[in-house]
Design a protein. Sequence first.
Length: 251
Amino acid sequence: MKALVVANWKMNPPTFREAKKLLETTRKAADATEHVTLVVAPPAIFLRELRARHKGKKIAFALQNASAEESGAYTGEISLAQGADAGATYAIVGHAERRAMGESSDDTQKKVAAALAANMTPILCVGEATRTASAEYFGVVKEQLRIGLADISSSQLGSVIISYEPVWAIGGEKTMSPRDMHEMAIFIRKTVVELHGEKGMGVKIIYGGAATESNAANMLRDGDVDGLLVGHVSVDAPRFAALLQAIEDAT
Ligand code: 13P
């Protein structure tokens, strides 16, 4: 099975010139793999041009965020339809950095449903900010899933990706242990089954938070996940190429 690797460039790089270069080296690295499906989430302002240069190639594109509204007086926002028109087929929803800026689980609920209505695959991000011995983080994740997925039907579950990103791991060099991820993946599946029935067993789960060239293969092997959401390593071309190669070598 192919691993889904989502390169979340966040607010990088500073210029379109650098974005073109990064996409080109990323594409070359992706072309050398057979076991990776690559999705690049560039800053939205670069999306259309990047997509135009890579038509028909093996890379799909994602929005990092979008409004759930169709159109209207929402200064600074972009709509899912605009993102789809620019070439995105995936949309990241409820990233921890958006939640930290005020996005609520109710917002993610509307965005997941709106992304599906726009024929895009929502990547719903969930994950606790901190972890303590009392394990209340399971409750946090459950609530984010319950609200985020409340507006979809069980038949739509196959078109949704859940990205588990423990906020405390984001930006570092060390993931949570694959064993803990495995436990979380079982919990996520169980929760989605409780909410939406047996189809929830098949929900796609990816992991994000300090995924690097050193830990990617282990996480995919032992973490019970279908892929990775990669932040800072995805904008470092040599490191990202090494990450893709590590996955390829391990499969
Ligand atoms: P890092 O890979 O930089 O930890 O970021 C993870 C993330 O937030 C991906 O969306």
